[in-house]
Design a protein around this ligand. Sequence first.
Ligand SMILES: Nc1nc2c(c(=O)[nH]1)N[C@H]1C(S)=C(S)[C@@H](COP(=O)(O)OP(=O)(O)OC[C@H]3O[C@@H](n4cnc5c(=O)[nH]c(N)nc54)[C@H](O)[C@@H]3O)O[C@H]1N2
Ligand SMILES: Nc1nc2c(c(=O)[nH]1)N[C@H]1C(S)=C(S)[C@@H](COP(=O)(O)OP(=O)(O)OC[C@H]3O[C@@H](n4cnc5c(=O)[nH]c(N)nc54)[C@H](O)[C@@H]3O)O[C@H]1N2
Ligand code: SF4
Ligand SMILES: [Mo]
Length: 734
Amino acid sequence: MPNSATPTHCPYCALQCGMNLTPVEGGTVEVSERADFPVNRGALCGKGRTAPAVLSSRVRLTSPLVRSGGTLVPASWDEALDRIAAELSRTRAEHGPDACGVFGGGGLTNEKAYTLGKFARIVLGTSQIDYNGRFCMSSAAAGGIKAFGLDRGLPFPLEDIPRTGCVILVGSNPAETMPPSLRYFTELRENGGTLIVIDPRRTKTAEQADLHLAPRPGTDLALALGLLHLVVAEGRVDEEYVRERTVGWEEARAAAMAHWPEYVERITGVSVPQLRETVRMFCEPEAAMVLTARGPEQQSKGTDTVGAWINLCLATGRAGRPLSGYGCLTGQGNGQGGREHGQKADQLPGYRKLDDPAARRHVAEVWGVDPDSLPGPGRSAYELLDALGTDIRSLLLMGSNPVVSAPHAAHIEERIKSLDFLAVCDVVLSETAALADVVLPVTQWAEETGTTTNLEGRVLLRRQAITPPEGVRSDLEIMHELADRLGVEKGFPTDPEEVFEELRRASAGGAADYSGITYRRLAEENGVFWPCPAPEAGLADIGGTADTEGAQDLGDLGDVGDVGGTADTRGARDSGNGEVHPGTPRLFLDRFATPDGRARFVPVSHRASAEEPDAEYPVLLTTGRVVAQYQSGAQTRRVDELNAAAPGPFVELHPRLAERLGATEGDPVAVVSRRGRAVAPARITTAIRPDTVFMPFHWYGEGRANSLTNPALDPTSRMPEFKTCAVRLETVKR
Ligand SMILES: Nc1nc2c(c(=O)[nH]1)N[C@H]1C(S)=C(S)[C@@H](COP(=O)(O)OP(=O)(O)OC[C@H]3O[C@@H](n4cnc5c(=O)[nH]c(N)nc54)[C@H](O)[C@@H]3O)O[C@H]1N2
Ligand SMILES: Nc1nc2c(c(=O)[nH]1)N[C@H]1C(S)=C(S)[C@@H](COP(=O)(O)OP(=O)(O)OC[C@H]3O[C@@H](n4cnc5c(=O)[nH]c(N)nc54)[C@H](O)[C@@H]3O)O[C@H]1N2
Ligand code: SF4
Ligand SMILES: [Mo]
């Protein structure tokens, strides 16, 4: 391993900030600024800066653990792997392949996510695989596919933000969730553009805004419809754009017209003058953007809500034009790539659909199996977890900690405990790993190489900077060993670049086409935006045994125009002269990725949340994040500096609500929903609506927010309603 600095990327969120790592005593690394990476230009948040602490063997797993007599005890790798293989075989023999479940994560590299999907389908033969990204951006993905025919979180690079005229940030708090990205919004305002933030709380992000709207949680759909109503009423529709680049306007328009501003004010709590001001700020500049994050998306109507915001963009001609568009701020480190290469229940690599015969043929050929042997689509994440111990008897889990992060978590914890067998691969003993029958300790970011795809669709190379400690193995090695023990000796390489080369072929011709990307390019170019199809010569390069298959793919590459790349990139793509495709930073400028190239309006109407407040549960609960903790906290709760900054859960509530309850700052407050009860200290602030309380979800134990949340699912995306449920508050005597 080099002793000098290795340029790489942060292990945590989807910004994938660049950083340099230098090995230091004790097997860990020192983080230093990497100014050449454009996304963060050297800036890091506290999580990124302190990430090396989780490399320390003081906090991590360094030996496999096997349950024996009720407790987890250290075991050899052979013993642990043999046990997993034996249990999975037994489950399959006794209950059929679909009794084996697999659960992945959006933090896994592309190589791992790809291999996990392949492992499920061809080693276990199960349809029962899904991953935590379902809880993350699935509603935005579904909305994007419906409207544009393609889901890439941002259709433009972040660097476009400072140059547009207005950005509406809907339910997104980048000041805490992606701090280095805040600079783009600051620059937007410095350049004379405006920022509108829509959040039931006056967050650190909202404090930066020119206008802050604080709707009731769960009413973003009505809000967007009310804005569209005003756009029509005020004659601000871009008729020519609507005619030339969209279909379905009449139905969408009719639906929006039923949402009178006064009606929307009653539903959302946002006043009519504020609605009018929003429309004015959004429509007056030449270009504008809407960016959503988990606020409007993690709702049982998340897909329709995203559709309503896209409708607003389409009606005003603000999509598929320079410096304009709708985007979703994806969350996890590989939240984008993790949803493209096959760990999702309905999906094959390259963002192909598992129920599409042509897609099955293509991928089966790359995998060297009969297309008919591939299982069909499986269950979504919550439904999969809910079936544990009944239909699904054994589970292999990699890259998630659902005991903390799943909705209705006490129930999911019970389901996990009722499994015949649970194997967890993790770097630390997470709360979910602690319930496993076998725990396998894995290498992590700085100790292994792999690619991630950041929130912009930029594929990046995360490089190994240090040698992993004794006793741990990579997820790829684990899948190789398990496949081997389960009778599949070939097709599960342990070298990430070899996996990536196969992924290139598997993705070729798909929507998320990586076939023109190589590790070498990634190292040289600071990332490449997909789609990036291979030119003729390049594709043959990938070929090996699949040369003829490669030639066939080339025919398909013409279809790549469907993803709506810009004209210049398509020129390069079509040249067929072996030229390198430059990648596609900006999508949809000529056409959308639909068969006719036009975007689709979706006719949507307001509907209530799955659970509205009533006499018994009169208050709304919403949940989210704080800057110093990451997700289920499995990693960041092991970092002293972060714990000092964010030591535990809390209940954020308005002084009026606190007064009615008789609680003062720091008093323990019980929050009770139909699913359970959680207790945490009161944090009293006027920055939240008086009808709403907020809890971060990073902790286990009595302050676990997900003891309360409602697993009502969006009918399309199967996203649970993390962002709203009905609760009552009680004081707790201590
Ligand atoms: N520090 C930190 N950073 C992270 C993560 C982390 O755990 N910690 N996780 C990463 C991941 S995976 C993700 S997905 C992203 C998430 O990034 P964000 O979406 O920015 O994070 P959240 O805090 O979940 O939600 C954002 C805001 O939505 C608001 N909100 C709640 N309910 C509603 C509603 O009904 N409507 C609207 N409009 N807003 C609402 C909340 O008050 C909150 O301020 O962050 C990534 N970055
Ligand atoms: N109430 C509420 N709940 C939520 C949300 C919310 O806003 N509110 N947000 C949801 C969202 S957006 C998300 S993304 C989920 C996230 O929730 P989780 O899926 O629980 O995410 P993490 O805590 O990141 O879990 C990742 C686990 O994998 C381990 N790990 C890290 N890297 C690797 C690796 O390379 N290999 C392996 N094998 N393991 C690794 C980590 O140590 C950790 O234990 O939570 C969801 N839950
Ligand atoms: S913003 Fe995200 S990627 Fe950047 S340092 Fe923080 S956690 Fe890491
Ligand atoms: Mo997420």
